[in-house]
Design a protein around this ligand. Structure first.
Ligand SMILES: Cc1cc2nc3c(=O)[nH]c(=O)nc-3n(C[C@H](O)[C@H](O)[C@H](O)COP(=O)(O)OP(=O)(O)OC[C@H]3O[C@@H](n4cnc5c(N)ncnc54)[C@H](O)[C@@H]3O)c2cc1C
Length: 406
């Protein structure tokens, strides 16, 4: 088999790229190791543990590629406010969408919902060949092309390969792309909970001595007592918390959250995910580009991972479309480097900011504690600084691709 472009990974990022490239005339194949089945949506089903806080920029991209109606028809929980505070001090900041005349700051959406809406759209349009249960096993250069061998022995050739196969990208490993990586020695416990009080359409984040704890608002049929939690703690503490029975876990969680939303009344089954930051030294080679988590995995602290990935997909689509209009070869390293130049500085600055936050809030020495408390108080009192942070949360600052512009 041959294709002009192969995307490995039909996750949120790879599927978005495939949709964004429709109409370019490129013959595109998307391969994924999973079944790519769109499960019928059950509005009464419990929330999936893995959710993403999608920014306004991500919403625009998903609207433009035609996946947002499928997301909205399933479920997406809007949030208008954000409360951030230091658990061992008095500093706190409150951000709200109204301060920049925006209707919402973003939406909390289950990853499965985004994925299903994207795959549904790809199947409806039918212009991209989707290969499900097709795990990439081997990859090598063959003349000017890449030769991919799938699990079932099938081979596909292409002059342009995009890796969207997630944090443990096989494409990245098999093509020899180097990464810088470090372990946070922290694990994230994720699950959905029910609190006694309403979440008030607010995303809550408390910096505890162990790490950040987020309560992200989930709304179902007007009920605003559900939250998705991401609780980042050292490995040992994660083991302890995972071993607790449900009642003891809810109690520990409520305490760690200063019962800001009253008692935690119920928790769904928990997932524990090791946290590792990873960044590819280069995103591109001749005929190859890395996007999404295959290029960078970032601390979930700011809920930015998939937002960065969707911007990668939108910028890569824009760069390839412009190259095709000019009659250039889309897999040419000079073309792909334009994508890298636009995305790497943005991704790196976001990662550095998260790293700085993580360290500042984990640090115990008194001067650092003073600094973070004063910093939060300062941001709270400076309207200009606050508006800047709100625009960051909306994802509407910096060099935006056409798909993310108003
Ligand atoms: C605890 C936690 C909380 C998070 N919260 C947020 C948040 O609030 N907001 C946010 O923006 N981000 C968040 N993230 C990050 C976000 O989940 C990721 O950035 C996002 O899932 C990456 O999407 P992706 O499409 O790049 O990769 P993935 O979602 O990992 O998709 C990769 C795809 O590639 C396929 N694949 C893998 N290997 C192969 C192979 N060898 N052959 C073929 N196919 C293959 C897989 O089947 C999968 O479909 C969070 C992450 C964690 C860990």
């Amino acid at each position: 088999m041959h294709a002009d472009l192969i995307i490995v990974g039909a996750g949120m990022v790879g599927s978005t790229l495939a949709l964004a490239l429709e109409g370019t005339g490129l013959d595109i194949v998307v391969v994924d190791g999973g079944p790519l089945e769109v499960s019928p949506f059950d509005a009464q089903a419990p929330f999936e543990p893995r959710v993403s806080a999608l920014s306004a920029a991500s919403q625009r991209i998903l609207e433009r590629v035609g996946a947002w109606p499928g997301i909205a028809a399933r479920r997406a929980s809007p949030y208008t406010d954000m409360q951030v505070w230091d658990g061992s001090g008095t500093g706190q900041v409150h951000f709200c969408a109204a301060s920049v005349h925006a209707p919402v700051l973003g939406h909390i959406v289950e990853n499965r919902v985004v994925q299903d809406a994207l795959v549904e759209r790809l199947r409806e349009r039918g212009s991209v060949r989707l290969l499900a249960d097709a795990r990439l096993e081997q990859l090598r250069r063959s003349g000017d092309e890449w030769l991919l061998t799938l699990e079932d022995g099938q081979q596909i050739r292409t002059p342009l390969l995009v890796a969207a196969d997630g944090a443990n990208s096989a494409v990245r490993r098999l093509s020899g792309c180097e990464t810088r990586e470090w372990d946070y020695l922290h694990h994230a416990i994720v699950t959905s909970v029910r609190c006694r009080e309403s979440h008030r359409l607010t995303a809550w984040q408390r910096f505890t001595d162990d790490g950040p704890l987020a309560f992200l608002p989930l709304t179902r049929d007007g009920d605003t007592h559900g939250c998705s939690i991401v609780w980042s703690v050292p490995e040992r503490e994660a083991e302890r918390l995972m071993a607790l029975d449900d009642a003891a876990f809810c109690q520990a969680l409520g305490r760690a959250f200063e019962t800001r939303l009253g008692e935690v009344e119920h928790a769904d089954p928990r997932l524990c995910i090791p946290l590792r930051q990873r960044h590819a030294k280069r995103y591109v080679q001749q005929g190859l580009a890395l996007i999404g988590d295959a290029a960078h995995t970032i601390h979930p602290l700011a809920g930015q991972g998939v937002n960065l990935g969707l911007l990668d997909a939108a910028v890569l689509a824009e760069v390839l479309q412009a190259a095709l209009r000019r009659g250039e070869q889309p897999g040419d390293l000079r073309v792909l480097s334009r994508f890298e130049r636009r995305r790497m500085p943005h991704n790196l600055s976001m990662m550095a900011a998260m790293e700085g936050f993580e360290r500042l809030f984990q640090a115990d020495p008194l001067p650092l504690r003073w600094l973070r408390n004063s910093g939060l108080k300062l941001v709270e009192t400076l309207p200009g600084a606050k508006a800047m942070f709100v625009r960051q949360a909306l994802g509407l600052s910096g060099d935006l691709p056409e798909l993310a512009r108003a």
